[in-house]
Design a protein around this ligand. Sequence first.
Ligand SMILES: Nc1nc2c(ncn2[C@@H]2O[C@H](COP(=O)(O)OP(=O)(O)OP(=O)(O)O)[C@@H](O)[C@H]2O)c(=O)[nH]1
Length: 206
Amino acid sequence: MTEHLMKILVVGDWNVGKSSFVHRYVNGHFNKAYKMTVGVDFSVKLLHWSDKEKVRLQLWDIAGQERFISMTRIYYKGALGCVVMFDVTSSSSFLNCRHWKQDLDHKAMLPNGNSIPCILLANKCDLAQRVVSAESINRFSKANGFITWIEISVKENKNIGEAMRVLVQEILAVQSSLDQLQPKCEDSVNIPPDCDDHNSRGARCC
Ligand SMILES: Nc1nc2c(ncn2[C@@H]2O[C@H](COP(=O)(O)OP(=O)(O)OP(=O)(O)O)[C@@H](O)[C@H]2O)c(=O)[nH]1
């Protein structure tokens, strides 16, 4: 059985439902009351991905309030994937997703320099007073390098597991293509015969 460990960030403006999303996904409950995140909260979820694979997700729920944002560079280190969330009843939370995505791309990247896989989640679709259209989300998602976007309702438990499955699937695909880029023993540069273990400049493969 192989176990993959994945650090996943959950970012977006304050009050869009990030903590509720993580709580729903990990514990299966919804809390109506708003409790502001201070700094960062962590949760872990174990997925039985297939007969041969488990995925241990480390979810980093980053506070959306402006005054906590200066710490995020440290939080982003080692992340393999990201959820950017907004509230469909708040146009400013949607517009700020550009900032969250750009910030992510500056602070976290794959070993080959590419952006880490990131999904855009449109939360609170249970509410009637939505102000962000599907068409503009679609355009925005494509223009800003998201894997895709999905409409969710944490309150009504709509598309929560599905959205995370799409993200995990993409992370596994990206990680597997990166593994294939790693030099294998037979592909590596031959070490001259006079190089031995004491030569600190000699690159060794296995
Ligand atoms: N109607 C509705 N309300 C929701 C939904 N998801 C979250 N909420 C409510 O939105 C409010 C904010 O949710 P939080 O999860 O605390 O928001 P947050 O993004 O973590 O906020 P910060 O911790 O400040 O970054 C709470 O009152 C939730 O109950 C949803 O799908 N539908």
